[in-house]
Design a protein. Structure first.
Ligand code: GLY
Ligand code: MN
Ligand code: MN
Length: 433
């Protein structure tokens, strides 16, 4: 709770006095009829509050005499709690979650316009919560209608998410610890899949091994739906059907990460279904691995955030010319982005509470500089479609990606997902064991 309080303080300092921040959490979502999806709070909301119940709205008012942090939440209700679990209630919000004041969520519509009256600036996540987007202009119009009585109301509206996302981009010690755990758990899941894999298994069998390992270790939610693509399915970037049979002689690409304490891991490994890389698979795999090593080497403070991508495409393009997958001069292929034919996505994205985490990639229209506390993925790949007639037959239908989660440190970087093997000899040794 001290960590959440520190974040609220920091945000309030950035907002200044005479301002108010309003931040709702995510709604509970129906899956079908009366069954809901597992509940997950909104990342921005959780980042500031640590509160995990739906139907909650946080309000921050820097230096306000009646308290700076107000939480609208559900009241206690013994009948509903008997069926659906305990609630913190208004007292719990204050006692356990550090709210200076707590009000029932049913009072939001009545209480918020009053709070807005005395503020000059309003911060809220514009465009993210349809109900709030609809109500905010109504509330402000109602205040304006009272202007003859001397009430002025807010004059500026700011996107709260932009400030918060800049904060979230730089991970503190507790966040890094959660991310280390999320990465280690997912890495153990990948190892388990390597050990379990046998020709003839359905792809979903590997997914189940991953989910079992993660859930056993306390990470019951995946960070995103797992991709388990055997053979040419690996060339479909977001393949999630995971229902085909894994064939002897094919590779399998698995992109799977878990969530721990609301922090994500995002790991991809590609390995031979039968445990041994063929000479052709070995050549292509080593090229992607070399590109990944080159990209990771660029992760250090002061480097632009696209430096890993630039390094990866240089190695990949050079290798593709050598293997006769592409023709032409390296400089021209790089300039014209000819490598995109077989490597069509970026090498990195920010990672944090969300798998494609928040935070701007550009500053003053240029790739921003890497700084300690940022976490990004490094995930080069090569995908040669089965029907690609321009390349030798031996390469067709192979898809490879290798993805790690990398923290920028003062000295350079730390690979959080290093427990999942990726060198050819390590994978073969683990699969043989
Ligand atoms: N798993 C999604 C990604 O790698 O970006
Ligand atoms: Mn991934
Ligand atoms: Mn990723």
């Amino acid at each position: 709770m001290t960590e959440f309080k520190r974040r609220r303080r920091r945000l309030m300092r950035l907002m200044g006095k005479d301002s108010i921040a309003i931040l709702p959490t995510a709604p509970a979502m129906t899956r079908s009829r009366d069954v809901e999806h597992p509940y997950r709070p909104d990342s921005d909301f959780y980042y500031l509050t640590g509160f995990t119940e739906p139907e909650s709205v946080a309000v921050l008012r820097p230096s306000h005499k009646e308290g700076e942090y107000l939480l609208f939440c559900r009241e206690r209700d013994p009948k509903k709690e008997l069926w659906n679990g305990l609630r913190a209630g208004l007292e719990g919000a204050k006692k356990h979650y550090g709210a200076d004041e707590a009000l029932t969520i049913g009072k939001l519509n009545e209480a918020l316009p009053q709070m807005l009256e005395s503020c000059e600036r309003v911060y809220y996540p514009i465009g993210h919560h349809p109900e709030l987007d609809r109500l905010m202009p109504e509330w402000i119009a109602a205040i304006r209608a009272k202007s003859r009585s001397g009430i002025k109301g807010p004059r500026e509206i700011h996107a709260l998410d932009l400030i918060l996302h800049e904060m979230r981009l730089f991970k503190g010690a507790a966040e890094i610890e959660a991310m280390r755990i999320a990465a280690v758990i997912a890495a153990e899941g990948h190892k388990r899949m390597m050990r379990a894999c046998k020709p003839g298994m359905p792809e979903y069998r590997l997914e189940s091994e991953f989910l079992h390992e993660c859930a056993t270790r306390g990470a019951r939610q995946a960070a995103y739906p797992a991709i388990v693509g055997g053979g040419a399915n690996a060339c479909i970037l977001h393949y999630t059907e995971n229902n085909e049979v894994l064939r002897d002689g094919d590779l399998v690409l698995i992109d799977a990460g878990c969530e721990y304490g609301c922090y994500a891991s995002d790991i991809t490994r590609t390995f031979p279904v039968n445990g041994v890389f063929s000479p052709v698979q070995r050549e292509l795999y080593q090229l992607v691995l070399d590109a990944q090593h080159a990209a990771i080497a660029e992760v250090r403070p002061g480097n632009p955030c696209n430096a890993p991508h630039e390094a990866a495409v240089r190695v990949l393009a050079k290798g593709m010319i050598k293997l006769e997958l592409l023709k032409g001069l390296l400089s021209r292929l790089l300039k014209k982005e000819g490598y995109k034919k077989f490597f069509m996505h970026r090498t990195s994205h920010w990672l944090g509470m969300d798998v494609h985490d928040v935070g701007a990639y550009l500053k003053d229209e240029k790739p921003r500089v890497l700084q300690p506390g940022m976490v990004l993925t490094i995930e080069p790949g090569l995908y040669i479609p089965r029907e690609c007639k321009e390349v030798a037959k031996k390469w067709r239908g192979i898809g490879i990606r290798i993805e790690d989660d990398v923290l920028v440190t003062e000295e350079g970087h730390e690979i959080l997902s290093t427990a999942a093997p990726k060198e050819i000899h390590e994978i073969e040794a683990l699969m043989a064991s």
